[in-house]
Ligand binder design. Structure first.
Ligand code: FES
Ligand code: FES
Length: 153
């Protein structure tokens, strides 16, 4: 049995230690916010937080996991969205939506480390996540707006 804590809930799961965290989340725990895009650390669709750090969950064998996992389902609540989620809604960032949970998780982790980012900071940080719909201008605007919101927290 492997112990894992996701969004504040502890689970015991019986899987091979090589199974990537993304598969555990989606197929064992039915937590489907993190998406499978490439499986090779290139797209960021699978991004979650491990102890607050944005991490590509397709690259973490469950046997190597150290830390608590947060997915988009645990970032905020419908009644109290995270500032990044609020900004995403206000800027209508999503197009098809497939990449967006990963984008939001990457942005939330980035802003926790970098409270007053420049455009260059944002572009560099968010280059870890691809969007085939090309929502990059709205992503940048929403990250800037979220940074302002977080300043007031
Ligand atoms: S599915 Fe993990 S980076 Fe693409
Ligand atoms: S919104 Fe479609 S891939 Fe990003």
């Amino acid at each position: 049995m492997t112990k894992i804590t996701v969004n504040g809930t502890a689970y015991d799961i019986d899987v091979e230690p090589e199974m990537p965290l993304l598969w555990v989340l989606r197929d064992e725990l039915n937590i489907t916010g993190p998406k499978y895009g490439c499986g090779i650390a290139q797209c960021g669709a699978c991004t979650v937080h491990i102890d607050g750090i944005a991490t590509k969950s397709c690259q973490v064998p469950i046997g190597n996991l150290e830390g608590d996992v947060t997915t988009i389902e645990g970032l905020g609540t419908p009644e109290a969205l995270h500032a990044v989620q609020e900004a995403w809604v206000e800027h209508q960032v999503a197009q098809c939506g497939y990449c967006q949970s990963g984008q939001i998780m990457a942005a939330a982790s980035f802003l926790a480390e970098t409270p007053n980012p420049t455009d260059a900071d944002i572009d560099e940080a968010m280059s870890s996540n691809l969007c085939r719909c090309g929502t990059y201008p709205r992503i940048r605007a929403a990250v800037k707006a979220a940074a302002v919101k977080l300043e007031g927290v």
